[in-house]
Design a protein around this ligand. Structure first.
Ligand code: MRU
Length: 348
């Protein structure tokens, strides 16, 4: 474990023989990187949300596969392919909703199948490409999203879809960064109960970049919209179905319903690795249920036997409530009209 005094918004760092993971459970008070040298550790870091956010989970898992190849192939095991397959399976079971995890693992499996003489070099090249492509995609989305948001006075975001949740720059926060470079804009972040990604991560991350943001209680969102202070809500996604339905942090659907009532538009910014082409709509997206103690503990309720809690951590916003889906390959306006199929073969 290493402690850093200088702030650097980087969720993941590959050292050459280990993966350093910024422990997001401890932000904003403490900046601590934990170092992992095996896939089991990376799977645990994902499950425990030291690293979180759909693209960052995928990137971490990819490096987890590299660590597995290092451990088993490089050590000369005859069984290395089976051992790596078992590690891939373990990584795939770390969290269920973000499709970027499964997409990244599929990329890694394909790279290992194609690898001729040096599986470790092939795995590392693939993981580093997933990481670099994600950062590039975020910058592309930032510009495309900022074009649409030209002239916006106020933008609200939910959860943390920033550098912390990706390879760098962010999806929703990437768009907000790009807008902010072009024009002044008021940024609002919902606290995002129960895990407080908005309160602990988003406002902190924006502050590192000198972008002022106003934190609001989740329950203040309707009143903020009623005040006329925001024109757009910009969020990320964990999985987008072919028809444009989008799974994202619990509370996104509530915001979308409120936005419709108040004439506020909703933008979903996500790389195409977040699109699950195998599902036609959002009804088949598995919604992760986390430990009820994430809800109970902050209320000092120790006797879980006396109080139950329901803790779904994602919801699905139907395409009809989304004004724009922004990806690195292009933008789909009003996705409820034709879904996101136009992006499938689009060139960047
Ligand atoms: O539970 P989390 O913190 O992993 O949820 C993250 C989100 O819902 C993000 O909005 C989503 O993954 C997009 S991140 C660019």
């Amino acid at each position: 474990m290493t402690r850093q005094s200088k702030l650097a918004v980087q969720a993941l760092q590959w050292t050459g023989d280990a993966l350093k993971v910024l422990d997001q459970r401890q932000l904003p008070e403490t900046i601590v990187y934990d170092e992992y040298s095996d896939a089991a550790g990376v799977a645990e870091a994902i499950a425990s949300m030291r690293v979180r956010g759909a693209p960052a989970i995928g990137i971490a898992a990819a490096y987890g596969v590299v660590l597995s190849v290092m451990r088993h192939y490089s050590a000369g095991s005859d069984q290395w392919r089976q051992q790596v397959a078992a590690d891939i399976d373990r990584l795939a079971h770390s969290r269920p909703t973000a499709v970027n995890l499964f997409w990244a693992l599929d990329q890694m499996k394909a790279a290992l199948i194609q690898a001729q003489s040096d599986p470790l070099a092939a795995a590392l090249a693939c993981a580093e490409k997933i990481h670099a492509d994600d950062i590039a995609a975020n910058h592309a989305m930032g510009e495309l999203g900022a074009d649409i948001l030209a002239g916006a006075k106020g933008i609200m975001t939910h959860c943390n879809a920033g550098a912390l949740a990706t390879g760098g720059y962010g999806t929703a926060l990437g768009v907000i960064r790009s807008v902010y470079r072009r024009q002044p804009v008021n940024v609002y972040a919902g606290e995002t109960r129960p895990w407080l990604q908005g309160a602990r991560l988003t406002v902190w991350e924006l502050a590192q970049d000198g972008i002022p943001a106003t934190l609001i209680a989740d329950s203040a969102a309707a009143w903020l919209m009623k005040s006329g202070a925001i024109d757009w809500i910009v969020v990320g996604a964990d999985r987008i179905a072919a028809n444009g339905d989008a799974a994202n942090k619990i509370g996104t659907y509530s915001l979308a319903v409120l936005a419709k009532q108040h004439g506020v538009k909703l933008m979903v910014a996500a790389p195409t690795s977040t699109i699950d082409w195998s599902i036609k709509d959002g009804s088949s997206i598995e919604i992760e249920q986390r430990n009820p103690n994430e809800l109970l503990a902050p209320c000092y309720i120790k006797e879980a036997s006396l109080v139950s809690a329901w803790n779904p951590v994602f919801d699905v916003t139907p395409a009809e409530l989304i004004s724009a889906i922004v990806t690195e390959k292009g933008v789909v306006l009003n996705p409820s009209e034709h879904g996101v199929g136009s992006l499938k073969h689009a060139d960047q």
